[in-house]
Design a protein around this ligand. Structure first.
Ligand code: A3P
Length: 325
């Protein structure tokens, strides 16, 4: 039997098994062989019990902040780079390994009642995210928020304008959504970022390939905006979290922000920052009609999927398909 020094051995190994260059992290405590060599000082409990997966611009920050108010729910620590998002399963951070990921979470005081979670809104439409998430967190619950994909696309476009993205500043929304293969690469890229996440049923099918339907909750972002306390009650039930937290008392509608915010003492409120709930002109009718058509098939598929899963139909979806028929 021949061997090599560790680094050369590793090179040799990956030459023979190139597919394994891409790691797939699993929970060390789910396999005795892994647990036996896992450091005694480490715990497998510093992992989330649920994920808020997005997509972006559907109200994920509001949901994150409302969840964090709950006494038994604890969010991941903020990242200096991506703020409230860890973005582990979706990009290069995944290569940093699970110790890096676990450092974003406190050691829970009571593993059975403490609900650690993280929200990274780009998990939703990242191809590899469900497979990676399910490998490490097979029992996790998954929450996704959906708004009309047309509104999501428009909100993303406005977000890019607010960030001075030259492509968004130099092109109308309609030019962006109707860009084609002969358009400049930068315009095509913005086109994709606006439209791709809105293919809801395709993305959700991928999550359902790795998670049981009972692990997935799809909530209506319009309801999150208009009656968040009711929506938070449904989420508490889905998570099975105790004690029951009364969001009707915790939240209040802030007239000047035009959104629901945390209620503080003496009539004060804590709302999300200026970048959430921006004021911008309404989408043109031309773009709305274009996107209704563009997303029709995906929306019909989503309707079928939600019926199959026995999940409530968002009002925006009913309206959208009613208007389109
Ligand atoms: P707009 O800024 O386009 O209105 P995300 O946090 O996923 O990026 O989503 C941002 C969107 O959350 C905002 O989009 C806003 O409409 C919505 N939202 C829902 N509830 C909110 C709240 N309570 N405060 C601020 N924004 C909220």
């Amino acid at each position: 039997l021949q061997t090599l020094p560790p680094v050369r051995l590793a090179h040799k190994y990956f030459q023979i098994f190139p597919d394994e260059r891409d790691p797939l992290w699993q929970n060390p405590c789910h396999d005795k062989r892994h647990k036996d060599i896992w450091s005694k000082e480490k715990t497998c409990d510093r992992l989330p019990k649920f994920l808020v997966i997005g997509p972006q611009k559907t109200g994920t920050t509001a949901l994150h902040s409302f969840l964090a108010l709950h006494p038994a729910i604890t969010s991941s620590f903020p990242s200096p780079v991506t703020f409230e998002e860890v973005q582990f399963f979706s990009g290069p951070n995944y290569q940093r390994g699970i110790d890096w990921y676990m450092d974003f979470f406190p050691v829970p005081s009571n593993i059975s009642t403490d609900f650690l979670f993280e929200k990274s809104a780009n998990y939703f439409d990242t191809e590899v995210a469900p497979k990676r998430a399910a490998a490490l967190l097979p029992r996790a619950k998954i929450i996704s928020i959906l708004i009309n994909p047309a509104d999501r696309a428009y909100s993303w476009y406005q977000h890019q304008r607010a960030h001075q993205d030259p492509v968004a500043l130099n092109h109308t929304f309609h030019e962006v959504i109707s860009a084609g293969p002969s358009s400049p690469a930068a315009l095509q890229s913005l086109h994709r970022r606006c439209l791709q996440p809105g293919a809801y049923s395709s993305h959700l099918e991928r999550w359902l390939h790795h998670y049981q339907p009972s692990q997935l909750l799809i909530v209506d972002g319009v309801q999150l905006r208009s009656s968040p306390a009711q929506l938070m009650d449904g989420i508490q039930k889905f998570l099975g979290v105790t004690p029951y937290y009364n969001y009707t008392q915790a939240l209040t509608f802030d007239e000047s922000k035009g959104f629901w915010c945390q209620k503080l003492e003496a009539g004060r409120t804590r709302c999300l920052g200026k970048s959430k709930g921006r004021k911008y002109p309404e989408m043109s009718l031309e773009s709305r009609v274009f996107l209704s058509e563009y997303y029709r098939e995906q929306n019909v598929e989503l309707l079928r999927m939600l019926k199959r899963l026995g999940q409530p139909l968002p009002i925006w979806l009913r309206d959208e398909l009613h208007n389109a028929s």
